[in-house]
Design a protein around this ligand. Structure first.
Ligand SMILES: [Zn+2]
Length: 336
């Protein structure tokens, strides 16, 4: 069995142009690959090769959480375009490769040997996350456009992300054009409920309706698209937590929290699809100890227990000292 799961398309969000005082000067959009870059021909990994590359596919994965790009941040959830760009440049320099949440929960990540997965998530469908120009290109200054530009300069850095939307994303998108662009370019479109409902405060039926209605809006905007993950508004589960993963009209492979640390590998026995932690993108200020700059420092240390790919998507390689493999990955595991 080569693949345990196949994931759907992913997608990204973009930076707020309006919040920055106007769009950046028009520049040609970078070329957007219509298909993911093909992998090299698979070579079965050996324990010696896994050890040599330091493979640890039970290691931890940063799932970074963004909300809004703004020239003048109003809260710890905002990042300036410059800070966002710098964070992407840092990730590329440290050999991180973006994957979507859907790809992560599929438990089979296809990355070059020695690379580390990172998930870029954007909540709330802010206009700074994504919009299209009248010509149908990602608008300058948006997060998606910045991601495309960084990826164009770093060929291993895949321009994909997971964008969690409510009704009327990106300041409107009444015809669903922006959502369809994202899906067509391998970004993940995830559910964030129709109206950003606090699911813990809702009745059971209201909570499941909020999720199902958000799911239906995405499917209506992007015919044939099936959302596969949910980001909990405010990080709050429904009172019956399992209703975040499955309910009338929806079924998900993963549910994202709001805080506050790296996620276990999806092949670790510690991985819980219904409660995947995220890290707020942040480099300084209050609670920076929970932010991305801190956690990327920690993950980069020799004892950082960071997910490092063996380069073979059909095998899950890890040091024997790393811990227990999830039953779903046991048949393809290689401990060294
Ligand atoms: Zn939100």
């Amino acid at each position: 069995m080569r693949c345990l799961f196949r994931f759907g398309a992913g997608f990204t969000a973009l930076l707020a142009v309006a919040a920055c005082g106007g769009p950046a000067p028009e520049a040609p959009a970078p070329p957007v690959p219509s298909q993911p870059a093909p992998s090299a021909a698979p070579v079965p990994i050996t324990a010696a090769a896994a050890r040599q590359v330091g493979a640890d596919e039970l290691g931890r994965v940063p799932v970074l959480m963004y909300h809004r790009l703004a020239a003048q941040p109003r809260s710890v959830y905002d990042r300036t375009p410059a800070d966002f760009t710098a964070e992407l440049e840092r990730l590329a320099a440290e050999d991180y490769v973006p994957v979507t949440t859907a790809e992560l929960v599929s438990r089979r990540l296809d990355l070059p040997a020695g690379a580390h997965p990172v998930v870029l998530t954007f909540d709330d469908g802010d206009p700074s996350t994504f919009s299209l120009t009248p010509q149908g290109q990602p608008a300058p200054g948006t997060a998606v456009r910045i991601l495309l530009d960084v990826a164009a300069a770093h060929p291993r850095f895949r321009p994909v992300a997971s964008v969690y939307v409510n009704e009327h994303p990106f300041g409107g998108d009444p015809d669903g054009r922006a959502l369809r662009w994202l899906a067509e370019h391998h970004f993940e479109i995830g559910n964030h409920t129709r109206q950003h409902t606090n699911l813990r405060k809702a009745t059971e039926s209201a909570a499941t309706a909020a999720i199902a209605e958000g799911d239906a809006l995405i499917r209506k905007a992007v015919p044939g698209y099936q959302p596969t993950t949910l980001a909990l508004p405010f990080g709050s589960h429904p009172r019956r937590e399992e209703l975040a993963l499955q309910g009338p009209g929806y079924s998900y492979g993963g549910v994202l929290l709001v805080g506050a640390g790296p996620a276990p590998s999806p092949c670790s026995a510690e991985f819980e699809p219904g409660s995947i932690p995220r890290i707020r993108s942040q480099s300084a200020g209050a609670e920076a100890a929970y932010g991305s700059a801190h956690w990327l420092d920690e993950l980069g240390k020799p004892a950082g227990h960071r997910y490092t790919s063996d380069g073979d998507p059909a095998t899950v390689s890890y040091p024997r000292s790393e811990g227990a493999v999830a039953p779903a990955c046991a048949s393809v595991s290689l401990a060294y």
